[in-house]
Ligand binder design. Structure first.
Ligand code: NAD
Length: 353
């Protein structure tokens, strides 16, 4: 089969493309705009494959999306392209509305016309989304299931919730075969160093402060990115049309625990130069506005229906991740080149959008 992956040069998209090329016989067309978060070096290990091709493009570009679908005739569309960083959505929500909502709408319309015209037998539009659409939980609340009502709080999660609703509507109203997955926080190699895990690793290595939001007690569920890629492939090929699947690592941690685990592993892998401990670099900073307290994902549906469960524990996955960042500092420097230094993302709303 041929898979069209949007956002295939991003963190999760590139893990999925590598999985498809390395672990399956399928072909991949990677459609990516290459924003600050997209980087083709993530695909160096597979880009020579004759089953891989790349198109630089914007999912909001209706003509190019239609031309690509007509020329490539994919069997599956796996839609990962998005603006993905919550802090950036606080500063500049307009880009999130444009890509995550208008872009998904553009892609859906083009996909519907393509599917009605060509009717590929195995066709599926797979929308890759987040557990953040379900909102915030207390410590005592049960985990999110696929029937938990949507209750998004950030511009990012609201834009992803909107796009989930559009996908469902295109399925229910126009009959487009679709599936949606809602996943918890991913971590692993090739993650742009603005997200919690790589930011903390790189700051610690450079003996810079480790900024922890609020009191550090917010809870996230953590999933190693390769486990997510495997789950996405299973859902795209064996999931039931019109269904939602939650994906998570069964690994809830407070943010401060994540940071302390990174610090203690780094003491072994990269002992600090000065007579200090990495933990001494932890600095509590002003909380993120509207910071959701806890996310927790019930993964029993994907486990029982598709037999998926994560292979990495947080402990094994984070150790691999730290080793990778220690060995790939040049990649981190190259993707950060040209980024204007900013004291702190997520505190200053850009009033023009
Ligand atoms: P990312 O920010 O690392 O990558 C996004 C990719 O999309 C980049 O390659 C970028 O160039 C591309 N892109 C952005 N706008 C585009 C546009 N208009 N047209 C075409 N391409 C565009 O994101 P990620 O962390 O890999 O997340 C991928 C998907 O998974 C997103 O939809 C995100 O909402 C979802 N998700 C992420 C996480 C997580 O923890 N990172 C968790 C659950 C779900």
């Amino acid at each position: 089969m041929k898979f069209l992956i949007t956002g295939g040069a991003g963190f999760i998209g590139s893990a999925l493309v590598r999985f498809l090329i390395n672990e399956t016989e399928h072909s991949v067309v990677n459609f990516d705009k290459l924003t600050y978060a997209g980087n083709l070096d993530t695909l160096n290990s597979v880009s020579d494959s004759e089953r891989y091709s790349f198109i630089q493009g914007d999912i909001c570009d209706d003509a190019l999306v239609r031309k690509t679908l007509a020329a490539e005739a994919p069997d599956k569309i796996m839609h990962l392209a998005a603006e993905s960083h919550v802090d950036r959505s606080v500063d500049s929500p307009g880009e999130f509305i444009q890509t995550n909502i208008v872009g998904t709408f553009t892609l859906l319309n083009a996909a519907l016309d393509y599917w009605e015209r060509e009717k590929p037998a195995e066709f599926l539009f797979h929308h890759v989304s987040t557990d953040e659409v379900y909102g915030s939980l207390s410590m005592e609340a049960p985990s999110f299931t696929e029937t938990t009502p949507y209750d998004p709080n950030s511009p990012y999660s609201a834009s992803k919730a909107s796009s989930d609703h559009l996908v469902r509507a295109w399925g229910e109203t126009y009959g487009l075969p679709y599936v949606i997955t809602n996943c918890s926080n991913n971590y692993g190699y090739f993650q742009f160093p603005e997200k919690l895990v790589p930011l903390m690793i790189l700051n610690a290595m450079n003996e810079q402060p480790l900024p922890v939001y609020g009191d550090g007690m917010n809870v996230r569920d953590w999933l190693y990115v390769d486990d997510h890629a495997r789950a996405l492939y299973l859902v795209a090929t064996s999931g039931k049309e019109g269904e939602t699947y939650n994906i998570g690592g069964n690994s809830e941690k407070t943010n401060i625990d994540v940071v302390k685990t990174i610090c203690s592993l780094l003491e072994t892998y990269n002992p600090p130069k000065k007579d200090q401990r990495y933990e001494d670099l932890i600095t509590y900073v002003t909380d993120r506005p509207g910071h959701d307290f806890r996310y927790s994902v019930d993964t029993s549906k994907i486990q029982s229906e598709l037999g998926w469960e994560p292979e990495e524990s947080f402990e094994s996955g984070i150790a691999k991740t730290i080793e990778w960042y220690l060995e790939n500092q040049s990649w981190c420097e190259s993707v950060q080149e040209g980024q204007t230094e900013r004291a702190r993302l997520g505190l200053s709303r850009n009033k023009s959008g």
